[in-house]
Design a protein around this ligand. Structure first.
Ligand code: ADP
Ligand code: MG
Length: 334
């Protein structure tokens, strides 16, 4: 059955707000929100287009979690506390079953962060989902891309290359055991925004970014913004044990070059890349040893070469270039 715009919003996107900062939520011309005293608002928006950012075969639940998680990842990169989000929804039709699963996925993804949906816009057209995430940071404490300094160490959270391996799996370029498939597909549709990690590392970190377009591409953003160069030690890249295992077994598609190239250039990992000064290194290493964060040191920040801000890769000091076979993130376009 199809619903009109207003009953659709009421039925699927109107929920009791959790945050006391929400004065007025869905239903008026604007939401009214209080920004906590002495904090700054950080806002980010991401759009997912069907067939481009997710395969047409994705379920409504998966589409919702992916839209939410990828957007909230940007708040993590700033060290922010998430509060609210808005939703731009363009739908080919108002299919109740589709909407029910979509809203279930959306609110399930928002729950761990206590984020309230406070407004949005609903239109008819090709399936497109926009999530705008709002959070707060202590005044002047947001992590930014432009704060890396020469001599900093470069860290990355979690594992790299999962997103690209998941994409290869969804595109039937590789095969995997049921267990590995489940892991990769969940990494693609529900990449966990590294909110807790972002907040924990904030006091010890110079620059940070979330990895959406691939480690090298996003490291380059830090290099350009901070006017420095980065050196990445490729044999230190954190690879998930199951991917590592598949590589050891010599499974097709999991060759060493494929694994490393996907870890360096594949998109969709939504891990945090961050830099730490020598003096804060013991504090960050203690967080890692105490298992308060999962992060790995993978390189360092160096001086520029000829006013060029570069990101260089090496294995045991020997320059390494990722294979162009696996280079770059290809959306679902031909
Ligand atoms: P207006 O025409 O005044 O801009 P709308 O009719 O677009 O308002 O929306 C009515 C209310 O429903 C607003 O509070 C708006 O924020 C909210 N809203 C619209 N679409 C969505 C959605 N997909 N999710 C959540 N809230 C929505
Ligand atoms: Mg209005």
């Amino acid at each position: 059955m199809s619903l009109n715009e207003f009953s659709l919003i009421k039925q699927f996107f109107t929920r009791q707000a959790q945050q006391s900062s929400v004065i007025k939520s869905v239903g008026d011309d604007c939401a009214i929100l209080s920004v906590p005293h002495n904090q700054q608002l950080v806002v980010s928006m991401d759009t997912l287009v069907a067939g481009r950012h997710f395969p047409e075969s994705a379920t409504p639940y998966q589409i919702a979690t992916r839209a939410f998680c990828t957007s909230v990842s940007d708040l993590a990169a700033m060290g922010a506390t998430p509060l609210w989000f808005t939703l731009g929804l363009t739908l080919p039709s108002s299919d109740e079953q589709w909407l029910s699963q979509f809203s279930e996925g959306l609110f399930a993804a928002a729950k761990p962060f206590n984020m309230d949906l406070v407004g949005g816009d609903t239109t008819k057209g090709p399936l497109t989902i926009t999530v705008q995430a709002h959070g707060v940071v202590e005044k002047n404490c947001a992590l930014q891309r432009d704060a890396a300094q020469i001599g900093d160490r470069v860290f990355v959270s979690g594992y790299l290359g999962d997103g690209a391996a998941a994409l290869a799996l969804l595109q039937h370029k590789i095969t995997a055991s049921d267990e590995l498939s489940d892991y990769l597909v969940s990494r693609f549709y529900s990449p966990v925004p590294q909110i807790a990690l972002g907040q924990v590392i904030a006091p010890f970190t110079h620059a940070a970014i979330d990895i959406s377009d691939g480690l090298l591409a996003d490291a380059q953003h830090i290099a350009d913004a901070s006017q420095v160069s980065l050196v990445i030690d490729v044999d230190r890249l954190p690879i998930h044990p199951s991917l590592h295992d598949a590589m050891q077994k010599g499974m097709l598609g999991y060759e060493r070059d494929a694994i490393l190239s996907r870890a360096l250039t594949g998109g969709d990992d939504y891990q945090l890349l961050f830099t730490v000064s020598e003096s804060q290194l013991p504090a960050v290493n203690a967080l890692i040893e105490d298992k308060l964060i999962h992060a790995t040191e993978i390189g360092s920040v160096a001086a520029n070469t000829d006013e060029q801000y570069t990101v260089q890769c090496a294995i045991n000091g020997v320059p390494y270039s990722p294979s162009s076979l696996y280079r770059g993130y290809q959306h679902f376009t031909a």
